[in-house]
Design a protein around this ligand. Structure first.
Ligand code: NAP
Length: 492
């Protein structure tokens, strides 16, 4: 069984950075899948742009090689691959130079007025150049959309520079700031669970929820991103965008409708309600760590400093925070956030931990009554589990068991779910901004992150070391245990 898909309108998609890692690993494979599903009209075109000098045929051959690996286990993808490659073109262009832009504009405008998507899959340092030139060549028409990737700046001030430049060429309704976490099936299931059921919403507040945990754990180290990562660190790279966006989806008030600005207004209110963490609070509400040599997937791996080749870096590869949403619904409910590289397992999940029952009618022999938990797993296997107490089946005394009710219907029905980038790319073509960040959201997120960064700068201590393959520094465990809680472990 396949998920129902409605074709989108014909479009031209330009991928700046069309030879890069993101384009070859995520964007083009995603587009191939959407095409094979019949969602992309035949007369749509995809144009890769980068500095490398090559023609259409050479680009198609390179992309074809990468996509053949993606299609290896799927006959439909294999069958559709040649026709998909026919839609691809390439243009060598340096975003920082004027040369070649006239030809680029002529080639695009030749198809007349149609939806044009400019995906900026390059370093953010090029966003200003690209947007200025798109405007100068009249490519910022009403039907144009521009997609920008994280990182949108490294603090409030640098984010404003990028947003000003992009905003100078395109209206806010044309700007799609992508956070692929929002395209994940489970995140949308969170919206369905919260707002399409009567069961959860009455419990979704400080009187019934004890705390929330959001974990985004990676097992990989620096990979090829050393240069960028060392100037960023886990707080900027993961918390400012992905973790805060997930927090917003959990904590926001019900929007009046599932419309882009209605949803984004509610997310913005959450970001603006985050209790500032600044000055001395930073020491007891945040933990930053840096991995040392250890093991990952059974193999010995070097520490961050050796991998980087820079013995004095103080960049954090791990961060844990205790955040609070200072409003009526969430007063006093901690939101524990943690993310890091070279952790024990690759897992992204949101855990909603409900409060204990007020009184137990059961004898000690029944065993402990544990709190209910709703666990939304975003990766590796997307799914939703509701942990409940039930009677241990069978004869004998009444003993209680804490078991998960698996609510992963997609798996049960064998539906192929599109990957986040696939869904989001089609949303861009449709002009649906619901799952994209608005400028004021990005600014509000930085406004909360900036004081933590500056307090860290003022602290003399280095990030706390942790062994690669562990769950981070012991201080992160202490952050939660100090409050009488533990990090969730999925035992089933
Ligand atoms: P990448 O592999 O380094 O690719 C960069 C691309 O930009 C290449 O195609 C490069 O080709 C092109 N480029 C560089 N300078 C250029 C110029 N002056 N004019 C035109 N093209 C130029 O980077 P990436 O990993 O794909 O990442 C792209 C963006 O997505 C970055 O902002 C990154 O932070 C973000 N992102 C990536 C991932 C991921 O999984 N890779 C995930 C999230 C966000 P030439 O050198 O031949 O010009």
């Amino acid at each position: 069984m396949t998920a129902k898909t409605l074709p989108v309108d014909t479009f031209d998609l330009v991928i700046f950075g069309g030879t890069g890692d993101l384009a070859l690993r995520k964007l083009l494979p995603g587009l191939l899948r959407r095409y094979a599903d019949g969602q992309i009209p035949e007369d749509s075109r995809i144009l890769g742009v980068a500095r490398d000098r090559q023609g259409d045929a050479e680009y198609r051959a390179k992309v074809g090689e990468a996509l053949a690996r993606v299609a290896a286990a799927d006959e439909t993808l294999q069958a559709r691959l040649p026709a998909f490659l026919d839609k691809l073109g390439y243009l060598a262009l340096d975003a920082t130079k004027d040369e070649g832009w006239d030809e680029f504009a002529t080639r695009l405008l030749a198809t007349g007025e149609r939806i044009r998507v400019f995906y900026l899959s390059t370093s953010p340092t090029l966003f200003v150049n690209i947007c200025d030139r798109l405007r100068a060549h009249g490519l910022n028409t009403g039907n144009a959309r521009v997609v920008i990737e994280k990182p949108i700046g490294h603090d409030s001030a640098s984010a404003a520079v990028i947003n000003d430049a992009v905003g100078g060429a395109f209206a806010e309704s044309q700007i799609f700031r992508i956070d692929h976490y929002l395209g994940k099936e489970t995140v949308q299931n969170l919206l369905a669970l919260r707002f399409a059921n009567i069961l959860f919403e009455p419990l979704w507040n400080a009187s019934r929820i004890d705390h929330v945990q959001i974990t985004v754990a990676e097992t990989v180290g620096l990979e090829k991103r050393a240069g960028y990562y060392d100037t960023s660190g886990a707080l900027r790279d993961m918390v400012q965008n992905h973790l805060l966006q997930l927090l917003c989806m959990v904590a926001m008030e019900p929007p009046a409708a599932l419309q882009a600005d209605a949803v984004r207004d509610e997310k913005l209110k959450v970001l603006r309600s985050l209790k500032p963490i600044r000055g001395e609070d930073v020491a007891h509400l945040s933990v930053r760590g840096q991995y040392r040599a250890g093991a990952s997937s059974g193999a010995a791996v070097p520490g961050y400093l050796e991998e980087l080749g820079k013995p004095d870096s103080r960049t954090e590869t791990f961060v844990a925070l205790k955040a609070e949403v200072d409003n009526w619904r969430w007063a006093g409910v901690p939101f524990y956030l943690r993310t890091g590289k070279r952790l024990a397992e690759r897992v992204s999940e949101i855990v909603i931990a409900f409060k204990q029952i007020p009184h137990s009618i059961f004898d000690d022999s029944a065993g402990p009554v544990m709190g209910n938990k709703l666990v939304l797993r975003l990766q590796p296997d997307e799914g939703v589990k509701l942990w409940l107490m039930i009677k241990d089946p069978g004869p004998g005394g009444l003993r209680l068991q804490h078991v998960p009710l698996d609510m992963s219907f997609a798996e049960a029905f064998g539906v192929h779910q599109p990957e986040a980038y696939e869904r989001l790319l089609m949303d861009v073509v449709r002009g649906n901004q619901t799952l994209f960040m608005r400028r004021d959201e990005v600014e509000a997120a930085w406004a909360w992150i900036d004081p933590i960064l500056s307090a860290w700068d003022n602290l003399r201590d280095a990030p706390k070391p942790y062994t690669a393959g562990s769950w981070g520094p012991s201080a992160a465990v202490a952050l939660v245990e100090r409050d009488g809680r533990t990090w969730h472990e999925d035992t089933v």
